[in-house]
Design a protein around this ligand. Structure first.
Ligand SMILES: Cc1ncc(COP(=O)(O)O)c(C=O)c1O
Length: 389
């Protein structure tokens, strides 16, 4: 942690929010994470993109533009949004298995670099957009370092990218200007990336000279990794075999630790001997809690404290539970609680299941909370009412 960095004192400020649930993004943490990436860029000469899928918030994209080279996106809407936020300039990389022929031209107009997900798509589409954008291919190194296949791009029979072996066995495609490799999730050391780089150099070396760029994807928690020298050495080795630009596109490393979800207790009761507290939030505001059965981190949790309370979301789903946490005294209606490290892949996946409103969004900047977005019944209605053409 930077010497001049003061964490938010939630015990003080959570009651200053006019209502909950509230998603709060802490500008100081975002800036600290972005500065680390800017330092990495200065040290290695690599280019940095923010992967907007982690948290697609204009306020955050604006902050990113002060530090990074552009954005990485996964769909036409993300591409258009990133372009709008960059005042129609800057670098935008796209890769997705979902490229469709009817969106291709607009994608090519919105993105500066497009990596096709398969050799099949590359051979069908790359020529059509030649000259509009730089065309590349997503490669899958098939080097698996993750035990949970649900978020392992290198799982068996992966849908994500062509194998390096397949590319090494064909004539190098004419318009292949770049390669994209995203193979990790929440990495905190560079062993997997080193293995990817060795395999790339071993299988594709002479042809790498033909490339203009190499995108090494996201999946690393640069905000938590202290030994950045290991990354610098890796880039140096790559740059000996290849003269183009090297990109990285982290998402969670920018937004994850900067996000908080503040919620209120709206009911307390006993069920089969357990204390239940119902919150005004839900797993639908942070769906990975349910998808991966993770227990989110709660600031007020005291592991050795006496009172165990099962925190429950307020939808009809029986499994809408945030987990069991411990407190010094029983919870009461009106208490406020703060989940931390929820900046990435929470709001972007959130739904309005049961008609539960989405959290309002606040920024915390210079010791002040300011609301930057609020949803209401009009948003819900426009989602579901008949289209009035
Ligand atoms: C292709 C690609 N790039 C970048 C990212 C961002 O990864 P992270 O947020 O883990 O850094 C992802 C995440 O799924 C991805 O699929």
């Amino acid at each position: 942690m930077r010497a001049d960095f003061t964490p938010i004192d939630w015990h003080e400020i959570k009651f200053s929010l006019p209502s909950t649930p509230a998603f709060v993004i802490d500008e100081a943490t975002v800036r600290q994470n972005l500065q680390k990436l800017a330092d990495l860029r200065a040290l290695t000469g690599c280019k940095v993109l923010y992967s907007v899928k982690a948290l697609t918030l204009e306020y955050l994209l604006d902050l990113c533009l002060e530090y990074v080279d552009g954005f990485s996106v996964s769909s036409l809407f993300e591409a258009k949004f990133a372009k709008d936020c960059s005042s129609n300039s800057g670098t935008i990389h796209l890769t997705t298995p979902g490229i469709r022929s009817d969106e291709l031209e607009e994608l090519a107009q919105s993105c500066t670099h497009i990596s096709f997900n398969s050799l099949n798509q590359f051979s069908h589409y790359a020529n059509d957009i030649n000259g509009l954008t730089s065309t590349g291919l997503r490669l899958n190194p098939r080097l698996s370092y993750l035990s949970d296949d649900r978020f392992n791009p290198c799982r068996a029979a992966s849908k994500l990218g062509a194998s390096m072996e397949a590319l090494s066995q064909i004539t190098w495609p004419e318009n292949l200007q770049g390669l994209h490799i995203h193979s990790m999730f929440a990495g905190t050391d560079f062993t997997p990336l080193r293995a990817v780089s060795s395999k790339l150099l071993q299988l594709l070396s002479p042809n790498l000279q033909k490339l203009k760029w190499l995108n090494l994807g996201g999946g690393y928690l640069y905000d938590e990794i202290d030994n950045i020298q290991a990354f610098a050495e890796l880039i140096q080795v790559l740059k000996q075999s290849f003269q183009g630009e090297v990109y990285i596109e982290p998402g969670k490393a920018v937004a994850g630790k900067a996000g908080y979800l503040v919620t209120s207790v709206i009911d307390c009761f006993q069920s089969d001997g357990k204390s239940i507290a119902v919150l005004d939030t839900s797993v639908n505001h942070n769906p990975e809690v349910f998808e991966y059965q993770w227990q989110p981190e709660l600031i007020e949790h005291e592991p050795a404290a006496e009172c165990a309370v099962l925190l429950a979301g307020s939808t009809c789903l029986a499994g809408d539970l945030l987990g069991e946490f411990r407190f010094a005294k029983p919870l009461s209606i009106g208490d406020r609680l703060v989940f931390r490290d929820v900046g990435a892949y929470s709001l972007v996946k959130a739904s309005r299941f049961n008609g539960l409103n989405l959290p309002s969004i606040y920024k915390y900047s210079n010791t002040r909370l300011t609301r930057i977005k609020q949803y209401d019944y009009t948003d819900f209605k426009s989602l579901w009412s008949n289209q009035r053409a």
